[in-house]
Write a protein that binds this ligand. Structure first.
Ligand code: SF4
Length: 238
């Protein structure tokens, strides 16, 4: 690893081995590296500590790899998820980390809010899988359609999309989400994820009738649309 890469550091909120609870790879054992810090503040954020960076440790690439090696020695996994917070806030760090993870034979997944195309474009070695969110304006507090479209155009076939449906999601936002994916590539899988109810943040899921409607609308246009809940919450694992 070049000497500059060795000294790069990023705030890491957590590193652990668990089972993926969302998306296309739900149920797969993975190493999770959770970055701290985020450029958004979604109303349903289930990782507030990772978003703000509270309790995060600043680690160099070398320190992080050492921790990953140790965890995988005791609890092997073939895939690693770079998650957050928002990992793409640290593209230089990822440029050192991703090749090192791939050299270890790990398949690299990037879990991202899908709003930072310029940071993604900076990555020399791309992740193998990109789990990209589309954030509805009712959740993020602003429209991000252009950023999402630009991001998905860069990812192509590596990407699948997840959009969280909470109680304030509107039909217009749902149609715009479908249109945004379809205009890039109608083969990109889209997963509607009903929000996990949260008492403290006063979040409730979209009504079942709206989720069914979103599924039916998506299937009119896209090749692969499904509904999946956050399973790790039900399983009681992080
Ligand atoms: S993008 Fe993710 S980490 Fe950031 S605020 Fe939204 S849900 Fe939380």
């Amino acid at each position: 690893m070049p000497s500059r890469a060795r000294t790069l550091s990023a705030p890491i909120a957590d590193i652990f081995v668990s089972v993926q609870g969302e998306g296309v790879y739900c149920g797969q054992k993975q190493l999770f590296i959770r970055f701290a810090g985020c450029n958004l503040d979604c109303c349903y954020c289930d990782e507030p500590a990772a978003r703000t960076g509270a309790k995060a440790l600043r680690l160099t690439v070398r320190q992080l790899l050492r921790a990953a090696d140790l965890l995988l020695k005791n609890n092997p996994a073939g895939d690693v998820s770079l998650t957050g917070g928002e990992p793409l806030l640290f593209p230089d760090f990822l440029n050192a980390l991703i090749p090192a993870l791939k050299r270890r034979g790990l398949r690299v997944h990037l879990e991202t809010n899908g709003t930072l195309p310029h940071a993604y474009a900076k990555l020399g070695r791309k992740p193998d899988v990109v789990a990209a969110d589309i954030k509805l304006p009712s959740a993020a507090g602003k429209a991000l359609w252009q950023e999402h479209a630009a991001f998905l155009r860069l990812c192509g076939k590596r990407a699948f999309v997840k959009a969280v449906l909470h109680s304030k999601a509107s039909r217009g936002e749902i149609l715009k989400t479908i249109e945004t994916v379809a205009l890039v590539d109608r083969e990109i899988p889209l997963i509607w994820q009903p929000a996990t109810p949260h008492k403290v943040r006063k979040i409730s899921s979209a009504p079942g009738s709206l989720v069914k409607w979103a599924l039916a609308q998506g299937r009119k246009t896209l090749a692969d649309v499904s509904v999946k809940r956050q399973m790790h919450v039900l399983w009681g694992v992080k």
